[in-house]
Design a protein around this ligand. Structure first.
Ligand code: GDP
Ligand code: MG
Length: 170
């Protein structure tokens, strides 16, 4: 029975995929339609209790713009977990997500727990990336996959719970 003091966790993915919205949903239970673009990175915390253990997430929400790419290693270095987000209505963001996965596999912490989040799952009629394609990619690359919606509060708590569960098992 050990208690984690803290877990460094990073959110990566293209601008506009909903990274900040996922964090806002998880940390404050809120959603805003006109979420401001993140400048550089933003920091949030939330503690989850799992049975008799607690995981304090220290979350770095990154900007996603290419011009901030060189800063990304500061945020993923030493991170125990990462959420890589794409937008299910935008295939280019899925391509970008795969690039982040490759970068984390090459430069990230050994054994990092990685979650692939197909966000905006409320926009089903605009879907361009199938769940099957993303799931197959996730399984081949040793990350777990969930479709999420920060707006509709779908799978946001669940993705953090699954990360915590995997961290506690490892
Ligand atoms: P970030 O650049 O990855 O941090 O993305 P933001 O969190 O700033 O979100 C970009 C835009 O997408 C904002 O207008 C959000 O309101 C919207 N958005 C974020 N998550 C969702 C979602 O789950 N569903 C829908 N429909 N819109 C979302
Ligand atoms: Mg943002």
């Amino acid at each position: 029975n050990h208690k984690f003091d803290s877990v460094k966790q990073v959110l990566l993915g293209d601008v506009g995929t909903g990274k900040s919205s996922i964090v806002l949903r998880f940390v404050k239970g809120q959603f805003v339609e006109f979420q401001e673009s993140t400048i550089g990175a933003a920091f949030f915390t939330r503690t989850l209790s799992m049975n008799d253990q607690t995981v304090k997430f220290e979350i770095w929400d990154t900007a996603g713009q290419e011009r901030y790419h060189s800063l990304a290693p500061m945020y993923y270095r030493g991170a125990a977990a990462a959420i890589i987000a794409y937008d299910i209505t935008n295939p280019a963001t899925f391509t970008r997500a795969k690039k982040w996965v490759q970068e984390l596999q090459a430069q990230g912490t050994a054994g990092i727990v990685m979650a692939l989040a197909g966000n905006k799952a409320d926009l089903l009629e605009a879907r361009k990336v199938t769940a099957e394609e993303a799931l197959a990619y996730a399984q081949e690359n040793n990350l777990f996959f969930m479709e999420t919606s920060a707006k509709a509060a779908i799978n946001v708590n669940e993705i953090f719970h699954e990360i915590a569960k995997r961290l506690l098992q490892s």
